[in-house]
Ligand binder design. Structure first.
Ligand SMILES: Cc1ncc(COP(=O)(O)O)c(C=O)c1O
Length: 367
């Protein structure tokens, strides 16, 4: 069985608009007269400049670099990942959709965990895939995607894709690299492991050499939305084998990432100290919030992310606490999936530590 959607094994399709930046790189010289791409390069942008400054107006006028070379070069230098194994797209979500499009035809099976980050399932159903789910492993201090069950189900279903969020959302659990690679090895030969590493930067070993490793049969998906604070600009990246990325490129919207998002990502990557500081502050707050809630009796599996997860007695209790918090003006997350309806996920912002902010939760724990 082939790993990718059958029609992608034909020649093409080739991106009709690789863009000016790619052509300049190919020619090895700049092209000063940009007369072929019908942008509004002469738009004065007085209003935009007044609000956001000339740099934003300038970026807005022209198409960005479809190959995201500036971001990929910086990622390559930081992670040690070869350029050819990096693809930049409009956020991790966009990459999930891309991997689905490249591997899974309508009616074909994919496997995920019941209650995990739901966008994978949403996109899979949207393109007519058949979605199979396995239960989490739950126990004292443990709420984790069940890797053995994912592998077994992938064989039963002859799955095209297995989705794993690692660290997980909403459980916060981190499987180590050995466990993830053992899962990859346990999958059917043509089944791709779609590894969603949106919370990678919060791992204690985020800077290890393996962080940039290209794992055959795996698409590692990351985002600038969390540790880098660029959620509104929509940018993320994938690490995978070049042959895999070539297939993704065939179904990719080539200008999906805006010039502004590219420039912002380049800027944060040029100032890694600020991201490191942010991540350290998040982890410190996460541990303080977890300690405070545990003191009140909360059942909290360990989190390797920028949120904490509280497990309540049942879905009804969690729904009630969720409603009471909302009435008091605070929105925490309760998964819509019934399998994890008893869970609340709380972002570890300073605001969550304000005394009384989570009163409805602590009252329920007391009761
Ligand atoms: C596991 C997971 N994957 C992907 C995303 C979305 O990331 P992006 O903003 O890059 O699309 C999130 C955001 O909450 C997430 O939790």
């Amino acid at each position: 069985m082939s790993r990718y959607a059958r029609h992608l094994y034909r020649e093409g399709p080739d991106n009709p608009f690789p863009g000016l930046k790619a052509l300049e790189r190919r020619l090895g010289r700049g092209i000063p007269h940009r007369l072929g791409s019908n942008e509004g390069l002469d738009m004065p942008h007085r209003a935009l400049t007044a609000r956001f400054g000339e740099a934003v107006a300038e970026l807005a006028r022209g198409y960005g670099d479809a190959e995201a070379m500036g971001v990929r070069e910086r990622l390559s230098a930081a992670l040690g990942t070869p350029l050819a194994s990096l693809l930049v797209d409009a956020g991790a979500d966009s990459l999930l959709a891309l991997v689905l499009r490249a591997t899974t035809a309508p009616g074909e099976p994919v496997v995920t965990s019941a209650g995990t980050y739901p966008t994978f399932r949403y996109f899979a159903e949207g393109q007519g895939a058949s979605v199979a789910e396995v239960a989490y492993r739950e126990g004292p201090g443990m709420l984790a995607p069940d890797l053995d069950a994912l592998a077994a189900r992938a064989h039963d279903e002859r799955a095209r894709l297995v989705y794993l969020a690692n660290p997980d959302n909403p459980g916060g659990h981190l499987h180590d690299d050995d466990a993830v690679l053992a899962l990859r090895d346990a999958l059917p030969a043509a089944c791709t492991l779609l590894l969603d590493e949106a919370y990678h930067d919060f791992r204690a070993d985020a800077d290890s050499p393996e962080a940039g490793a290209v794992w055959p049969g795996v698409v590692r998906v990351r985002t600038f939305s969390k540790a880098h604070g660029l959620a509104g600009l929509r940018i993320g990246y994938a690490i995978a084998e070049p042959e895999t990325l070539a297939m993704l490129h065939k179904v990719r919207i080539h200008y999906a990432v805006s010039s502004l998002a590219l420039a912002a990502a380049e800027t944060v990557l040029d100032h890694p100290g600020e991201t490191r500081e942010h991540v350290a502050a998040v982890i410190d707050r996460r541990e303080r919030l977890a300690a405070r809630l545990r003191e009140c009796g909360a059942d909290m599996p360990p989190s390797a992310t920028n949120f904490v997860t509280v497990r309540l007695a049942d879905g009804e209790t969690a729904a009630r606490v969720h409603r009471h918090l909302l009435e008091a003006g605070s929105l925490v997350h309760r998964p819509a999936h019934p399998a994890l309806g008893h869970v609340l996920r709380i972002s570890t912002l300073e605001d969550a530590l304000v005394p009384g902010r989570l009163a409805a939760l602590t009252a329920a724990l007391d009761g």
